[in-house]
Design a protein around this ligand. Sequence first.
Ligand code: CA
Length: 255
Amino acid sequence: MTGRAKILIVEDEPAILQGLMDVFVFHGYAVDSAIDGKIGLEKALNNDYDLILLDVMLPFVDGFSICNKIREKDVQQPVIMLTAKSSEQDIITGLTLGADDYISKPFSVRELVLRVECVLKRSQKRVEQVAIMHIGNIRIDTANLQQLDTENPQQFTRREIEILHYLQQHAARPVPREELLEKVWGYRQAENIETRTVDIHIAKLRRKVEVDSKKPQYLLTIRGEGYRTLKQGAKVEFDLSETDKGFQAEDVGEV
Ligand code: CA
């Protein structure tokens, strides 16, 4: 990275905000801060940051609304959401709005710094991808992260495109969740990181690309092994009733 990466931290708890600023200054980042949602939104839209760290519960404007506004302006802006530990719904909402990652409070500083590094690394080498991606019956414009050929196109996040891309590149075999965390998320030692985040992303993707997300035909769960896509035109050669008894799309609730 040329120069120091610049991070905006939006957090309304003064002690947490100060702690986060200290951590990232210590790790060599240039840090800007906002103590409420209004200031955070203003700074996020009017300055350039390499990454924005965004609390969910904020005075005036909540983190989801800020994330939404950021995405309207820039689909590529790296964003990490800080969510409440117990709130899976927060995690799903944040990822649906296009956050690159989330971290649950209370978080370990080491894990937070690791995740920030990973998101920054990915955003630097981003998008050597094909321009148009086919999955199932739909085509996706990967530059605009949007479905083609329809009046009401599905929006995709960059991460979702990268998951599809990786699965398609390795369509000859099932891809373990840990491998996705390493190759797509960029986590080292992914075996120590919970794999639920992969399942949540796959469930969201199924709703976008499958005719019936409960009976996936293109994004398959291979029990005990991981996830797999089929090569374009390939037929399902294994028993689907045996492959999708693990994580189900409806487990994550409506988003
Ligand atoms: Ca808060």
